[in-house]
Design a protein around this ligand. Structure first.
Ligand code: ADP
Length: 190
């Protein structure tokens, strides 16, 4: 089974994806993690990635799709959790096309819901603890704006297609995971 996990920056996508990975034996594919590890190399591509992500701007669709495709072939699995992709309607189409080419499909789409103020606070806290360059007040505000204009339409898109399940992301990681586990168990049983 393949799972797409959506939600504002700070919603807990990475935390939940890890828990899903451990419990269900799926591979967690985080585009943010993949870009940050590419960023740490000393190449022109790395500098280009840094210029975009440190300011909270997206990298190109072409780049992100090639990163995702490479990772899928590098880590064969019975299923993946897509965290950080799609972020736009165009990426949703590109991801569907790629999955179809590989004989896969997105079975479950989860939106983790938290309000913008909770998101801002969580990201500020994370910035202090983990020193992520994009977790500062100005870049956080920008990422939340970009989320609203680019990614929220995508949520409406999945909503009308009936694929989306919205889950309250405000509880503890364990409580939120309980809700997700129930959803995945139900989906695999049906
Ligand atoms: P968050 O969801 O908290 O913003 P991520 O770790 O998922 O954090 O992503 C960090 C940054 O990586 C994004 O702000 C963006 O610059 C870049 N990025 C991640 N995924 C994509 C994507 N699918 N398309 C374009 N850029 C991306």
């Amino acid at each position: 089974m393949n799972i797409v996990i959506l939600g504002r920056p700070g919603a807990g996508k990475g935390t939940q994806a890890k828990l899903i990975e451990d419990h269900f034996g799926l591979v967690h594919l985080s585009t943010g993690d993949l870009l940050r590890s590419a960023q740490s190399q000393d190449t022109n591509l790395a500098r280009e990635i840094s210029q975009r992500i440190d300011r909270g701007n997206f990298v190109s669709d072409e780049l992100i799709m090639s990163v995702v495709e490479q990772e899928l072939s590098r880590r064969p699995s019975k299923g993946y959790i897509f965290d950080g992709i799609p972020r736009t309607e165009n990426q949703a189409q590109l991801l569907d096309d790629l999955l179809e080419k590989l004989g896969l499909s997105a079975g479950v789409v989860i939106e983790l819901r938290i309000d913008a103020e909770t998101a801002r606070q969580r990201l500020l806290d994370r910035g202090q603890k983990e020193h992520r360059k994009d977790d500062n007040a100005e870049t956080i505000a920008h990422r939340l704006e970009v989320y609203k204009s680019e990614t929220e339409p995508l949520i409406r898109h999945y909503q009308t297609s009936g694929k989306l399940t919205q889950i309250d992301g405000a509880g503890s990681p364990k409580a939120v995971f309980g809700l997700i586990r129930e959803l995945i168990d139900q989906t695999s049983a049906s």
